[in-house]
Write a new protein. Structure first.
Length: 202
């Protein structure tokens, strides 16, 4: 039986896989909506519901300081999270230029969505990513959760302490964070072996 670290969705964190995913999504759908979601998602580590809730002119965003004040839709917990200011400003400007009448940053281009002023659905993001991953023959299960999980895994692979990652994800415990880290689990095993003591014989 695999440990909890290795269960669930795969992590989209390798630069090559991220670029291939974005290119495939843009080409297949004829617009950058899903590719933009992937780009921002792997950089901020938000739950997909919170990521999609961002509006073009969102009072919860402090783009000068790189802070996002939100109440998590899944947990109801208040959170202040950080993001790369340059990336967020660039993304907002890009999508405003493409869709000046959209309320949400990631709003579906369909007429129905325009009428309802709603963001693209999580189901649509999951379907787009799963289809792209299958077409690219990526090994694993890639849904929108792969973005948040990829954010956490990339940080751990770069040596960021798991305690810090857990705080960034606003998790209630480090154990919850460990469930995201398939590659991180393997790295922890490797480090454990490096620190192991072998008793001298004779």
């Amino acid at each position: 039986m695999k440990p909890a670290y290795e269960s669930g969705a795969s992590a989209l964190y390798k630069e090559e896989d991220i670029n291939r995913m974005i290119t495939k999504l843009d080409a297949h759908h004829g617009h950058s909506l899903f590719g933009d979601i992937v780009e921002l998602g792997v950089n901020v580590g938000l739950r997909i519901s919170d990521l999609l809730s961002i509006k073009m002119d969102d009072e919860r965003l402090d783009v000068t300081k790189g802070l996002f004040y939100l109440v998590e839709q899944k947990t109801g917990k208040q959170q202040v999270t950080t993001f790369p200011p340059e990336l967020m400003v660039s993304m907002i400007n890009k999508r405003k230029a493409l869709h000046p009448n959209h309320e949400f940053l990631f709003q579906s281009p369909s007429n129905r969505a325009k009428a309802n002023s709603s963001h693209v659905s999580i189901r649509s993001v999951n379907r787009a990513m799963e289809q792209a991953a299958k077409s690219l023959q990526l090994d694993g299960k890639f849904s929108s959760h792969a973005l948040r999980k990829g954010f956490a895994t990339a940080l751990l692979e770069k040596g960021v302490p798991i305690e810090t990652i857990s705080k960034l994800l606003n998790h209630s415990s480090i154990t919850t964070t460990q469930k995201y880290l398939d590659v991180g689990y393997n790295k922890m095993l490797e480090v454990r072996r490096m620190a192991s003591f072998v008793r001298a014989v004779g």
